[in-house]
Design a protein. Structure first.
Length: 489
């Protein structure tokens, strides 16, 4: 999810406490009720694949995505998949992607499922457990990637093997791409595959389990979120240079002061308010459940002439604010070279999450206006850390229409497995590999059957973990979902 060590995608916006209260009154279920449980044999298969993936280090620095791709390839070969239905390849021997095609009757166009195998860096000294050992403790699986997103990779692989064992014949091809460098690095797998082997990826639409999922509040399901759109990620480097000098002879032309002034301007600036079809529907639905002044404000911002006071009040909530505005924030800072010298250079990184419809270059130009200081140079930082004077014109496309068959299947499964929890289309406040598939003309949706407490999101953090039963319910969810979408239910 992030580029290098910086977070690239935040958890999607969470429903409010009022919504939670309304839903929880009808959703008091245990983790083991309301859905058929995974049998012992597929449960063991899902466990073993999950453990194998966690224990393969796939970080960009020292890891090897190819090792994980090859491990999955071997499991699929052992399960009876034909080598001709698998493609293993990438730009180098550490970043090989695996594309698997489960062949159907061809009655309908294929569905593409994407899942990145790479993970964020993790240091042993920061963790209670070894991040690259699959540990079971207190009802949780621990390890780097347990939330982001090797659990979903394992679920997709498990589902394909179960289908093969059953002899299941879908009415369309099911394509699964296990890929490299979503979290950072120079070799994003989805982008590489679309550019070099587009025929392998062609599909009616895309499901990406790197988004969406079930929000829990003390074990009780609050909502099933479906990422129907997302923001665009962008990093920008701010640089101020200066001849410097002796600190005993200070002058007002100081690189640190120029940089600090630019960042203060950013601190006090708010990008314009804007809703799209997904966020408007989200806030409209929320306004029918919230109460009092908050409900009134939610209604007010969805009108054709939105109330600016209501926008200001609701923007105090960081998650709602991020759904209503492009956001840019300083995330890194370095300056000076000696305690007794005037700084010759000051630099900062500004991380932006950009609303659909706006390009990376347009935001760079907007930042220049906000900083309002010719001494501050603003350059674009790409995924691999390269610095460029001009940013790409790439933008996140407007949200695609909601896919009726996807939403119907998710609604039906959610009602069965998490009764009472509403299915809510949302906008992810960051970016995923869906940015590439959407741009390729394939509507892409973040759909996951993993349920996590809203206050226990540990993706990219220390002691990343996943509730054990949440994992196996996710296994069951995707098994049923893929069948429902391919004529099997």
């Amino acid at each position: 999810m992030p580029k290098s060590a910086l977070c690239r995608k935040l958890p999607i916006a969470r429903v409010s406490s009022a919504l939670a209260t309304a839903v929880l009154s009808t959703a008091l279920i245990s983790p083991h009720s309301a859905a058929a449980q995974v049998d012992d044999q597929p449960r063991k298969l899902a466990h073993d694949i999950f453990q194998q993936l966690i224990e393969i280090n796939t970080t960009d620095s020292v890891g090897n995505v190819s090792a994980a791709s090859r491990a999955l390839q071997q499991r699929l070969l052992d399960a009876g998949f034909s080598p001709s239905d698998m493609f293993l390849g990438g730009p180098n021997d550490r970043k090989e992607n695996l594309v698997v095609r489960y062949r159907g009757t061809g009655k309908q166009r294929p569905i593409l499922f994407i899942g990145h195998l790479d993970v964020v860096e993790a240091r042993r000294e920061d963790w209670t457990t070894d991040p690259f050992k699959f540990a079971e403790k207190d009802g949780f699986y621990y390890g780097r990637g347990t939330q982001d997103m090797k659990e979903s990779d394992a679920i997709l692989a498990t589902t394909l093997i179960r289908f093969k064992q059953e002899g299941y014949k879908p009415d369309r091809d099911l394509i699964v791409a296990f890929t490299a460098d979503e979290e950072g690095g120079k070799s994003n797998g989805v982008d590489w595959l679309l550019k070099n082997h587009p025929d392998l990826m062609e599909a009616a639409y895309v499901l990406n389990p790197d988004g969406g999922g079930v929000d829990l509040d003390h074990g009780k399901p609050v909502s099933m979120d479906v990422d129907a759109t997302e923001k665009l990620y962008g990093d920008y480097q701010l640089t101020v240079t200066n001849p410097g000098g002796h600190s005993s002879l200070p002058v007002s032309d100081n690189a640190i002061y120029h940089l600090a002034g630019a960042l203060v301007n950013l601190q006090h600036y708010q990008f314009p308010f804007e809703l799209n079809s997904v966020t408007r529907a989200y806030f409209e639905r929320l306004s029918t459940i919230e109460m009092g002044d908050t409900a009134a404000d939610l209604k007010a911002i969805t009108q054709s002439d939105p109330n600016h006071d209501a926008i200001a009040r609701l923007s105090k909530n960081p998650e709602w604010n991020s759904m209503m505005h492009t956001t840019c924030v300083a995330t890194r800072l370095q300056a000076g070279h000696a305690n007794n010298a005037l700084p010759q250079m000051a630099q900062a990184n500004v991380n932006c999450r950009i609303l659909p419809g706006y390009s990376l270059e347009k935001i760079r130009q907007q930042l220049i206006k906000i900083f309002d200081d010719p001494k501050v140079t603003v350059r674009y930082v790409n995924d691999a850390g390269g610095i460029h004077d001009v940013a790409p014109d790439r933008k996140q496309l407007p949200p695609p229409p909601l896919n009726a068959e996807v939403m119907a299947a998710v609604e039906k499964l959610t009602g069965k497995m998490w009764p009472g929890a509403p299915v809510i289309p949302t906008m992810a406040t960051g970016a995923s590999d869906s940015v590439y598939t959407n741009a390729a003309g394939m509507p892409s949706y973040g759909v996951s059957g993993i349920a996590i407490e809203t206050n226990d999101v540990r993706a990219h953090g220390k002691d990343e973990r996943l509730p054990i039963e949440s994992y196996y319910r996710g296994v069951d969810f995707y098994y049923q979902l893929m069948k429902m979408l391919s004529g099997g239910a």
